[in-house]
Write a protein that binds this ligand. Structure first.
Ligand code: SF4
Length: 460
């Protein structure tokens, strides 16, 4: 997943980027980084392990704060989808030399990074970030140190999805979204200022009212005086990620003009129609199941109550490295006995991916006195891996792929029943004509590439 941020303007560059990263923390918790370019052509970079508050502090941050002749900067919070976990691939990544250098922060996955590394004869890299940065630098050099032209032709080389911010030593801040527009990116341009964030909610939080979403395939370049707009040279149907609405994005964000919160409530309403359940109370899995539970409760007229309390300090289990995912799923939740005891609980969540969290929640609800637990899921069964920005590279990790049929899934998570939304219910809830839904259907938006070929291509 990951979150990216950027700022060029007369305000406090470091503080602005830090604020944006804090607002994007839900998109990545493994590492964070900031790169600052000064007008004398030097890029200063700090990265660290963990949350923004842990990763970006101390002498490194003071150094950035004390820089003079600051042009602007970019920032990143990381959720690993390629390469090692934690800080091994922290971004921004800086490549180049004294003559011309770039710092790269991106959100997505480059599924064919191993082939690219071979084609461009790259050595000594780990994961797709370094490959992407080195390929971009090479393309820019071949095109006269022109990063805009490099970003325009990049889609001809890449299989995967990306929203990207590139800071150059010229200095210049350039941002782009891949032509299919898998991942979100928003920008605000006003009187010599440019603010960039993965989600609109981060810009709202900073009181920026005049933002707009970067269009799929759009490339924007800011040199501190003016902003130039252009488009990538490839034309293809758009396919924004539907899972951004299901889980990734904050409910107060807008993606492709659609409110994430409204889409989630509608998912719950659709779910109540296609997978009704007999119960006494609707309980959301916090936080990402809450809006869908509101919709389910509204449509079914079964009262909604909070029965699960989240411990926000242990982080998002889904985007945690595997080694601590189980621990998080055990420690993350508390239970309100009065909402649960002696009741038939309808437990609503946004999705079931690996099943780790759901099994533990169902067992806990029963131990707190639920007489039945009926799990209802706002999206269809998640059966296929993602190669465009989620850390699931193999079908073997997915509960709905391993276990056929809802009865067996219910058995495996120890629920009395399980019901899913349908793909048409999900599409109706989001209301966009073209989206990527490959993790539910296996229909990847890359012509001629099947899941088998993509799995072989992308080695994590
Ligand atoms: S496969 Fe799923 S998670 Fe990946 S981009 Fe498509 S909709 Fe999003």
């Amino acid at each position: 997943m990951c979150g990216i941020a950027g700022y060029v303007g007369s305000g406090d560059v470091v503080a602005t980027i830090l604020s944006l990263l804090l607002e994007l923390q839900h998109r990545g918790q493994e590492s964070a980084g900031i790169a600052i370019a000064t007008t004398d052509g030097i890029i200063h970079n700090i990265v660290g392990k963990g949350l923004v508050i842990e990763a970006l502090n101390g002498s490194g941050l003071s150094k950035l704060y004390n820089l003079s002749k600051v042009f602007g900067g970019i920032g990143h919070v990381r959720y690993a989808t390629s390469g090692g976990y934690m800080d091994s691939q922290a971004q921004p990544v800086v490549v180049g030399n004294d003559e011309y250098a770039i710092a790269v922060a991106f959100n997505g996955t480059i599924a064919n990074y191993l082939q690219l590394a071979k084609e461009f004869e790259l050595k000594g890299f780990e994961g797709d970030t370094a490959v992407l940065a080195k390929v971009l630098l090479r393309l820019a050099r071949e095109l006269g140190n022109d990063i805009v032209e490099a970003l325009k032709v990049l889609p001809n080389y890449v299989i995967g999805g990306y929203s990207i911010a590139v800071l150059t030593s010229e200095p210049r801040l350039v941002i782009a979204r891949d032509p299919r527009g898998f991942r979100p990116l928003a920008v605000s341009i006003s009187s010599g200022e440019l603010l960039v964030a993965s989600e609109t909610s981060a810009l709202d939080a900073l009181g920026v009212a005049n933002w707009r979403e970067v269009l799929p395939g759009e490339v924007m370049s800011c040199d501190g005086h003016s902003v130039e707009f252009t488009r990538s040279s490839i034309s293809t149907p758009v396919s924004p990620c539907i899972f951004e609405y299901v889980y990734f994005s904050r409910p107060d964000s807008i993606f492709n003009g659609v409110s994430v919160y409204v889409a989630r409530v509608r998912m719950g309403e659709e779910l109540a129609q296609v997978a009704p359940a007999n119960g006494d109370v609707v309980i959301p899995v916090p936080d990402s199941g809450r809006a869908a539970a509101i919709g389910f409760s509204k449509a079914s007229r079964i009262p909604l109550e909070e029965g699960i309390v989240i411990n926000k300090y242990v982080g998002r289990g889904f985007i945690a490295p595997p080694v601590i995912r189980d621990m998080i799923s055990k420690l993350k939740y508390g239970f309100v006995k009065s909402s649960i005891d002696g009741r038939r609980v309808i437990l609503v969540d946004d999705s079931i991916v690996r099943g780790t969290t759901m099994r533990s929640l169902v067992c806990k609800l029963k131990s707190f006195g639920a007489i039945e637990v009926h799990v209802r899921v706002a999206s269809p069964p998640y059966r296929y891996p993602c190669f465009m920005g989620i850390d699931i590279a193999s079908r073997a990790e997915l509960l709905a792929w391993r276990v056929a049929g809802v009865r067996d899934i219910a058995k495996s998570i120890e629920a009395d029943s399980v019901g899913y939304n349908t793909i048409s219910g999900l599409l109706k809830a989001v209301g966009l004509p073209l989206v990527c839904h490959a993790c539910f259907t296996g229909l990847y938006p890359f012509k001629g590439l099947s899941v088998d070929e993509l799995e072989k291509m992308f080695i994590r």
